[in-house]
Design a binder for this molecule. Structure first.
Ligand code: LMR
Length: 335
C-alpha cells in the first residue's frame, strides 16, 4: 500500500573534475548536494597521471556502500566524463607554482577549460548546470562559456560561496553566536584577494530577534579592516597552515552552492554566487562577478535595490577592475 509514495527519483549525473574531488564525492553521495532522497551517478574526471589514484577513489566509493549512489564513472577521457551530465563541478585546473607568472597559469587554464567546455557543449545533458571552482574561478567560467556557446549564460557560475561562508564564520566567531544564526553577508566580485566581503546588510538572530551585524559589532574599524582582510586572505592562510589548498570547506561550499541553486534559497535569505553580470549595481556586463542572489525553481536572480555606500562602491569597482584585467589576459592567451 502507498508504494507510489516511494517511487525513486531518476538519478542525477554529476561530473566532478580534479583532486579535491576526493573531499566532495562522499558529500555528494550522502545527499549533501541534492538532498537525502535524490539518487546520483558520479562522473569523475582526472588527468592521466592520476588514473590509478582515481581507480582507488572508485573502489572507496563502492566500499562505502552509499544508498544514494547508483553508479560511478571514473575516467581520464573528457568526452566519457561529460556524457549526459546534469551538473558539472569543475575543480580541476592548473595551480600556480612557485616562480610561475600569472599569465603562464592563465594560459594553461585557458587550454584546459577550452577542452572541457567543448566536451560539455557536445555531450552534457541539455540545461546542464556548471560550477567552476578552480582558480582563477571567475575567469575560467568566462572561458568555459566562450567555448560552450549553447550552454545558457545563466547555467555557468563560479564558487564564491566559500568566501560567503567564511564571512559568516568570522562574524559568528566575533559575536560568539552560532554560524546558523548569521545570514545575508555578501561577497562582491572576484574569488581573489580583491573580493569585497560586505556585512552592511547582514543580520544575526539573537534572543529570538533579528539584528543588524553593524549594530552588534560596534567596532567599525574591525569590520572595515581586519574582517575584510581575514576573509580575503583566508585561502592563503589555509595554504600556509596546511601546505595544501582548502579542500573540505571548498567541497562543502560547492555542495551548498549547487544545493541552493537547485533546491532554492530559504525565504528572507540570500547567498553569494559568481554569475554573469547583467549590469546590476553598475558592475560592467561581460564578466563573471559575485553578487547576492536568491534561487527558486533552479534559477538564480540577483538581489536588487540594496543601498551601496561610498566605501562599498570603491571596493566593488576595484574587484570589477581586476576581473576586466583578468579577462583581457585570458583572451590574450586564446590568440
Ligand atoms: C581558497 O579560497 O581556499 C582557494 O581558492 C585558495 C587557492 O588559491 O587555492
Amino acid at each position: 500500500m502507498w508504494s507510489f509514495l516511494n517511487v525513486e527519483k531518476e538519478p542525477v549525473r554529476i561530473l566532478v573534475t580534479g583532486q579535491i574531488g576526493y573531499a566532495i564525492v562522499p558529500m555528494i553521495a550522502r545527499g549533501a548536494m541534492l538532498g537525502p532522497d535524490q539518487p546520483v551517478i558520479l562522473h569523475m574526471l582526472d588527468i592521466e597521471p592520476a588514473a590509478e589514484a582515481l581507480k582507488g577513489v572508485k573502489m572507496e566509493l563502492i566500499d562505502a556502500a552509499f544508498p544514494l549512489l547508483k553508479g560511478v564513472v571514473a575516467t581520464t577521457d573528457v568526452v566519457e566524463a561529460c556524457r549526459d551530465v546534469n551538473i558539472a563541478v569543475m575543480i580541476g585546473g592548473f595551480p600556480r607554482k612557485e616562480g610561475m607568472e600569472r599569465k603562464d597559469m592563465m594560459s594553461k587554464n585557458v587550454s584546459i577549460y577550452k577542452a572541457q567546455a567543448s566536451a560539455l557543449e557536445n555531450h552534457a545533458a541539455p540545461d546542464c548546470k556548471v560550477l567552476v571552482v578552480a582558480n582563477p574561478a571567475n575567469t575560467n567560467a568566462l572561458i568555459l562559456k566562450e567555448f560552450a556557446p549553447s550552454i545558457r549564460k545563466k547555467n555557468i557560475t563560479c564558487l564564491t560561496r566559500l568566501d560567503h561562508n567564511r564571512a559568516l564564520g568570522q562574524i559568528s566567531e566575533r559575536l560568539a553566536v552560532h554560524v546558523g544564526d548569521v545570514k545575508n553577508a555578501i561577497i562582491w566580485g572576484n574569488h581573489s584577494s580583491t573580493q569585497y566581503p560586505d556585512v552592511n546588510h547582514a543580520t544575526v538572530v539573537t534572543s529570538g530577534k533579528e539584528k543588524p551585524v553593524r549594530e552588534l559589532v560596534a567596532d567599525d574599524q574591525w569590520l572595515k579592516n581586519e574582517f575584510i582582510a581575514t576573509v580575503q586572505q583566508r585561502g592563503a592562510a589555509i595554504i600556509k597552515a596546511r601546505k595544501l589548498s582548502s579542500a573540505l570547506s571548498a567541497a562543502s561550499s560547492a555542495c551548498d552552492h549547487i544545493h541552493d541553486w537547485v533546491l532554492g534559497t530559504l525565504k528572507g535569505t540570500w547567498v553569494s554566487m559568481g554569475v554573469y553580470s547583467d549590469g546590476s549595481y553598475g558592475v560592467p556586463p561581460g564578466i563573471v562577478y559575485s553578487f547576492p542572489v536568491t534561487c527558486e525553481k533552479g534559477e538564480w536572480s540577483i538581489v536588487q535595490g540594496l543601498k551601496i555606500d561610498e566605501f562599498s562602491r570603491a571596493k566593488m569597482d576595484a574587484t570589477a577592475q581586476e576581473l576586466i584585467e583578468e579577462k583581457l589576459l585570458a583572451y590574450s592567451c586564446l590568440n
